[in-house]
Ligand binder design. Structure first.
Ligand SMILES: *Cc1c(COP(=O)(O)O)cnc(C)c1O
Length: 492
């Protein structure tokens, strides 16, 4: 070919480094820095507000030209790393947010390096997920033949489970027909259910109007008589009850519904029995708590997190579904370009895309597998037990303090309490405690979150933290009493 007709090829580019040694050295520095960060958590404030200067440093115009990776990393180190959400700190007990582990961080590096698409197939990562699911089934008393999937967290686990429940119990081919013109289906659970279940019911097209939120008793457990009455009323009105949801550890107070009674009721009315055990399900591994969770192993589906208890880094949750075929039938779609060939990397039996919404999926199984192997379930369970006994310890401190009162039972790892002052109405105490919580969080000493229980605004301490020690709760109580007294002095 004459040279003048040859296309003008520019050199080809890649995102791999030109100088591997330079990036490798930066990588080693990152690992060293991150370990120093994790080792010194206790000396850092739990949380501090994000400064405007840092906001400017991470912003700026859209980057179109390259910048040295080391400089980018320095910006991270000065403007992002020092301002965490706080959840790694030994005195973070807000909402229900796990702490992660150094081993988990390393696992994420390995997983991202392999960067497999775990939609399925005949490769190591897919088998690791299958193995992890098998261990999880064993722990929660599900048969090896059950379906299951690792997902982003409890919300997605609830969504996948209820999608299967809806399709299995609708009584017609809902994937073909949709919901138009059909008898409304009703779903039941207590008023203490997690908000993700509302989103789920809405997105599944079932309608909030048909989502029955049943009152709870003094222990914040579902009122079984009210539940039965509601089901019977709906049947009498021509509606179709399809699912009852049990809580294994409510987000507000850690309450667990009578799961045996719910399993029986579900069988009686031919409903699906789902358990939301986001964190509480893990108490099933503790002999002392298993009795309270009895019935969980009878669930048609179980949703739980691995990034709350189990302490894996975000994101990781799981759903187990007793009927593998019901699980598969709800999600399987195989267009020609995804046809499983039976050989090559697309062979194998592990097709997770047939069990959930995601096609491309990350290797979240690796951090779970490495944690199971490295720590062992016994140690993880001891840490759950430690968190529960820390909750009891905190409750005893609150009980002994003349200035504090418990505002709910504390059956698991959550303690709700408030500051009290003489001659204050609930309204005044609510204002006082809201301000107290804000000041406590701003102080960087400790981070509980807040909730309102039967009209009483409360500090809520949810312990899924493997770094907390008893003296951390002493500090919390001291700080709460001090700030409370300051507020009363200031006229609150
Ligand atoms: C946290 C939580 C969820 C939602 O889980 P995510 O991992 O945040 O999506 C659902 N139910 C309960 C009881 C929870 O505590």
């Amino acid at each position: 070919m004459p040279s003048e007709t040859r296309p003008n090829l520019s050199p080809e580019e890649t995102l791999d480094p030109q100088d591997w040694d330079k990036l490798r050295a930066l990588g080693h520095q990152m690992v060293d820095d991150m370990f120093a960060h994790m080792q010194s958590l206790r000396e850092q404030p739990v949380w501090q507000p994000y400064p405007e200067t840092a906001r400017r440093e991470i912003g700026g115009p859209l980057p179109t030209a390259p910048e040295d990776a080391k400089k980018v990393y320095e910006t991270f180190k000065t403007n992002i790393l020092p301002y965490p959400n706080g959840n790694l700190h030994p005195r973070f007990w807000g909402w229900v947010q796990g702490t992660g582990t150094p081993l988990g961080a390393l696992s994420e590096l390995l997983a991202a390096t392999m960067n497999p698409n775990v939609g399925g197939g005949n490769h190591g990562a897919a088998y690791v997920e299958t193995q992890v699911l098998d261990w999880l089934k064993e722990i929660f008393g599900f048969p090896r033949t059950a379906g299951g999937l690792l997902v982003s967290g409890g919300s997605m686990a609830n969504f996948v489970a209820l999608a299967v429940a809806r399709n299995a119990k609708a009584g017609f081919d809902i994937r073909a027909e949709g919901l138009t013109g059909k008898t409304p289906m009703t779903v039941y659970g207590s008023v203490e259910m997690h908000s993700s279940l509302s989103k789920t019911v809405e997105l599944l097209g079932l309608g909030n109007r048909f989502f029955r939120r049943i009152p709870v008793n003094d222990a914040y457990e579902i009122d079984l008589a009210a539940l039965r009455a509601s089901i019977l009323r709906d049947i009498a009105n021509g509606l179709k009850p399809i699912c009852v949801i049990g809580n294994a550890g409510t987000v507000n107070t850690g309450a667990t519904d009578d799961l045996v009674a719910l399993a029986n009721l579900a069988r009686e009315f031919d409903m699906w029995f789902h358990v939301d055990g986001a964190f509480g399900a893990w108490a099933y591994t503790l002999l002392a708590h298993r009795a309270r969770l009895r019935g969980l192993e009878r669930a048609d589906s179980l949703a739980f997190d691995l990034h709350k208890w189990f302490y894996a880094p975000f994101e990781a949750g799981a759903v187990l579904i007793r009927s593998d075929s019901a699980h598969f039938q709800a999600f399987t779609v195989t267009p020609p370009y995804l046809q499983h060939t039976g050989r090559g990397p697309h062979g194998g039996q592990n097709w997770f895309t047939d069990y959930g919404l995601q096609l491309s999926r990350g290797f979240r199984a690796l951090k779970i597998w490495m944690s199971f192997k490295t720590f062992g379930l016994d140690k993880l369970s001891r840490l759950y037990a430690q968190n529960i006994s820390q909750a009891q310890y905190l409750a005893s401190l609150v009980h002994r303090s003349p200035h504090l009162e418990l505002t709910a039972p504390h059956p698991l790892n959550i303690v709700c309490f408030r500051y009290v002052a003489p001659h204050h109405s609930d309204t005044q105490l609510n204002a006082l405690n809201e301000e107290l919580l804000g000041r406590l969080q701003d102080s960087g000493i400790a981070v509980p979150s807040g909730t309102t229980l039967r009209g009483k605004f409360s500090l809520r301490v949810a312990i899924v933290n493997h770094r907390s020690r008893r003296d951390d709760f002493d500090l919390l109580v001291q700080a709460t009493e001090r700030i409370g007294a300051e507020l009363v002095q200031a006229g609150y």
